[in-house]
Design a protein around this ligand. Sequence first.
Ligand SMILES: *Cc1c(COP(=O)(O)O)cnc(C)c1O
Length: 360
Amino acid sequence: MPVYNFSAGPAVLADSVLNQIQSELHSVNGSGMSILEISHRSALFDDILNETTANLRRVMGIPDNYEVLFMQGGGTGQFSAVPLNLAAKNKKIALLDSGQWALKAGQEATKLGFDVDTLATTKDTKYQQLPTSDKVLTDDEYNYLHIVTNNTIEGTAFHQLPAHGTTKLVADMSSNFLAEEYDVNDFDLIFGGAQKNLGTAGVTIVIVKKDLLGKANNLIPATMDYNLFAKKNSMPNTPPTFSIYVCGLVIKWIESMGGVKGIHEHNVIKANRLYNFLDESKLFNNFVSPQERSLTNIPFTTGNEALDAQLVTAAADNGLMNLKGHRSVGGLRASLYNAMPLAGADALVEFLHQFEKQNR
Ligand SMILES: *Cc1c(COP(=O)(O)O)cnc(C)c1O
């Protein structure tokens, strides 16, 4: 029986990537040494890092006026790093509160003494829609607008970016990085942890406009200092070598799948298989309006807690793993990240169909 892993993160990796990790584990690039044991100061690792950066630039279309940084601390670390590196305390940070990850980002910035202005929130309706604001944003009043392109827990996504006037745009792309096509030029900064679409836990990618570096007047810990990371090729200290290596393999795999365009098309097909089923089902519901639905995280429910729990167990017995919804939302959630094959989405739909027949 095939096993499909619908975990929200760390999450599924392509079989070919796992196979390559296994086959090279004792000897990376024919060196006779494992990626787990080589120095980050070796030429061997330098090549891996530089090739990974070059490949990410190509696959994502990252222009030369942006830095690509490999950091640690996860998306959560960036909730502090972004304000420390980009924000001045005499201006505000604008926030569109689209879910729990947006809320947490705002809380971290507030903790550090920054003035966070929540322009709009959809908390009162359980974040089942995206917040919108008509406020005209200016660079004089705001440091930047923080958005979460894909709301991992609530299952919404900004497929169209919100207006941000003359202020900068910062995006937490943790859960749809390279999963749908965005133009890097539309952002001043993008960040995302690798463990959802791009590899394994331990590395966080930051893509930031070069002319924003070294401008802020805050005390910045070395492990969060973009300017330092840019100057030191992401290695002011020991980087997460294995995680960066895995990112490199995943990026090559994405290129082999037709790049972000190919992956995006694949993700639309996969997600629609599940959404179409849910919309026709008399047992299951997803509450997000079609134009705001996430391609990568799909929450749904029978509306009956006990039945949802029963489903999670029955699904696992059938090789469909980790369908329990986030603890704050309850219900069910299927994460269909880049590496989830269409066969996995189809197996899930088939299982839900049978479950519905038996439980109506
Ligand atoms: C998972 C996630 C985070 C947190 O990532 P960590 O690496 O666990 O800190 C932040 N934002 C979004 C949108 C996420 O999906």
